[in-house]
Ligand binder design. Structure first.
Ligand SMILES: Nc1ncnc2c1ncn2[C@@H]1O[C@H](COP(=O)(O)OP(=O)(O)O)[C@@H](O)[C@H]1O
Ligand SMILES: O=C(O)C1=C[C@@H](OP(=O)(O)O)[C@@H](O)[C@H](O)C1
Ligand SMILES: [Mg+2]
Length: 169
């Protein structure tokens, strides 16, 4: 079984997937880290040197390969993975998808501390961040809501979120 964690930047995919994979003794794959390792570039470097369209192509190719070849894996996706191509279709067809839902205020609080590693918000001022995230999340929710399960994450301890995910498996 592959368990895919989806949701907006900062909702906790990378953090929760690590705890979940350890608890159920599954292999952990973070799609961003895998893309970065294979291309020997950080995500910001890929955006800067090759552009977002190239990143989305790499993201799709890497996602396809992982879904076709891996078992017993917790797969932490990027915030945009569900949005491009028919990625949400292949995610649902080949894994159990979990949408980690977070409010705009929770996302702003977390992301404002670490914008630099996320090219899409690296140049958004702290003042403009809430409006940017609210609009972007509104546009993307139609993709995230296609997940088979949704787990709320606001003001919840990671362990509590992991336990709820395990109950849904
Ligand atoms: N449930 C949570 N409670 C508090 N902080 C969290 C929680 N989940 C994630 N975080 C923190 O929020 C930040 C973003 O988490 P991360 O896993 O990188 O998100 P994503 O991979 O979805 O972009 C990290 O600093 C992480 O430690
Ligand atoms: O939302 C997005 O389009 C992106 C989210 C990032 O992953 P995280 O959600 O883990 O930050 C990373 O894939 C890239 O910066 C693009
Ligand atoms: Mg992540």
């Amino acid at each position: 079984m592959v368990i895919s964690l989806i949701g907006y930047m900062g909702c906790g995919k990378s953090h929760i997937s690590k705890i979940l994979s350890e608890k159920i003794d599954f292999k952990l794959i973070d799609l961003d880290k895998e893309i970065s390792k294979r291309n020997k570039l950080t995500i910001p470097e890929i955006f800067e040197k090759k552009g977002e369209i190239y990143f989305r192509k790499l993201e799709r190719e890497t996602l396809e390969e992982i879904l076709a070849s891996e078992e017993n894996v917790v797969l932490s996706l990027g915030g945009g993975t569900p949005v491009y191509y028919n990625n949400m279709e292949i995610i649902n067809h080949n894994s159990k998808s979990i949408f980690l839902r977070a409010s705009v205020s929770t996302l702003v609080e977390r992301l404002s501390k670490q914008k630099e590693k996320r090219p899409l918000i690296a140049n958004i001022s702290d003042e403009d961040l809430p409006e940017f995230i609210a609009k972007h999340l509104f546009e993307r929710n139609q993709f995230y809501s296609k997940a088979q399960f949704t787990v709320g994450t606001d003001a919840r301890e990671p362990e509590d979120i992991v336990n709820e995910i395990i109950e849904k498996l």
